[in-house]
Design a protein around this ligand. Structure first.
Ligand code: ZN
Ligand code: ZN
Length: 411
């Protein structure tokens, strides 16, 4: 068995080389939970080794986040660090600073807090963060999101274990799902990317007009924008650098048409949205918009979430993931979208990704909107796939063919 330190170092190297693909002279901006300091130091080491000009890390501390909700002035929950996010967006704009997000928050950190404070804080943060989202979804620079095991998150995944055992188990799962435990993780990711690119090439050659879904509680048709592009695994950013935006990643995804989604959808996994658990979502779409939506857990937050702005009740992403994905095979519910979205097919309300539509780098915002691209302050994925989901590809003449049966690719 490989020692924890060895695995952590391989994971850090994988993040720098396959995830970010840091080029000589680029700056690196890292955001991370304070508990991830050991991993951050190893990443920093590898980043400088490949020629990073400067690595800057912003740590966040859950205890400090909570203090605001307990002791903070309740008139001040519409405040967000606009100056900070503006600066981050500025850094990413010209493609010379890469972005690494390390996540690992307690998924229910804020569940006991006042719903009004939580939603005001979320709203203010989303609005202030918009310039960053624009640069990232516009793929201005190479970027990557990974996860670190933290005690509170590990305890939410393994509630019956002690802190130490839960933490060790979560690290083990992270190393396995990211292939960091393999002999040569960087090479393993090259092969994985090749397989995902074969799948996206096949889907792009089909030019489907829509996807039709059927499963327990789910029966809906999801129109795709005309010039959609299926993407999976590594992609080239606007600055010409190939990177893997998510590690792990098992999905292939594309752009739904903002106004062409109709039917009912039921979620199949819980999701954590800014510190609140949301589970058992059931929605009805009409002409692309959620016209009726409930959630068995976290319903209030879900309702507020889809009311964030005009695009928050429409779709910005559709992703297909086979039910047998290695992350699904782990049998673990990670309570974290980065992992759980690779367990099952999913959809996301909110902002769409530019890379999923032809020519988006040159089209104006009005032209993109006219072609059916959604825009919003939020982008929230939720899982609708299972071993019981069937998906058909629908052509523009109405003919259809089976794409997934019982959660697996037909070919
Ligand atoms: Zn996705
Ligand atoms: Zn997404």
């Amino acid at each position: 068995m490989q020692a924890h330190e060895t695995l952590l170092d391989k994971y850090a190297e994988l993040t720098v080389k396959s995830g970010l693909n840091v080029r000589k002279g680029q700056q690196v901006l890292i955001t991370a939970p304070i508990e991830a300091v050991d991993l951050v130091r190893r990443i920093t080491h590898h980043a400088y080794k490949v020629g990073a000009s400067l690595v800057t890390t912003l740590y966040n501390d859950e205890q400090a986040t909570l203090m605001r909700f307990v002791d903070g002035d309740k008139e001040a929950f519409d405040t967000a660090p606009t100056w900070l996010f503006g600066g981050m967006a500025e850094a990413f704009r010209d493609g010379n600073c890469v972005r690494l997000g390390i996540i690992g928050e307690n998924p229910s950190l804020l569940s006991g807090q006042d719903i009004d404070k939580v939603s005001r804080a979320n709203r203010a943060r989303s609005a202030a963060y918009k310039p960053v989202v624009e640069q990232i979804t516009g793929f201005a620079t190479n970027w990557c999101v990974i996860s670190a095991a933290t005690t509170s998150h590990a305890r939410s995944v393994f509630p019956n274990e002690t802190d130490a055992v839960a933490l060790a188990k979560l690290w083990q799962a992270i190393f396995k799902c990211t292939r960091a435990d393999q002999a040569d993780p960087v090479h393993a990711w090259e092969l994985h990317t090749k397989a995902l690119h074969t799948r996206t090439a096949k889907l792009n050659a089909k030019h489907y007009s829509a996807l039709a879904y059927k499963g327990p509680g789910t029966d809906f048709t999801l129109g795709l924008v005309d010039d959609h592009i299926w993407v999976g695994g590594a992609s080239v950013a606007k600055n010409g650098i190939l990177c893997n935006p998510n590690i792990p990643s098992e999905e292939v995804f594309t752009m739904p048409h903002r106004e062409r989604v109709d039917g009912v959808v039921r979620s199949t996994k819980p999701l954590s949205y800014q510190g609140t658990f949301i589970d058992g979502i059931e929605v009805t779409f009409e002409k692309g918009r959620i016209v009726k939506g409930t959630a068995a857990t976290g319903g209030d937050v879900f309702t507020k979430m889809i009311e964030t702005d005009d695009g928050a009740a429409c779709l910005g992403e559709v992703a297909l993931v086979p039910h047998s994905s290695p992350i699904s095979a782990s049998g673990i519910v990670f309570n974290e979208t980065l992992y759980d979205e690779n367990v099952a097919s999913h959809i996301a309300v909110g902002q769409a990704y530019s890379q999923n539509m032809k020519d988006t780098f040159i089209l104006s915002p009005a032209e993109k909107l006219a072609r059916g691209m959604n825009t919003s302050l939020i982008h929230v994925d939720w899982m609708i796939g299972s071993g019981e989901l069937n998906v058909d590809g629908v052509f523009s003449d109405g003919k259809r063919e089976p794409l997934m049966r019982s959660g697996e690719w037909v070919d």
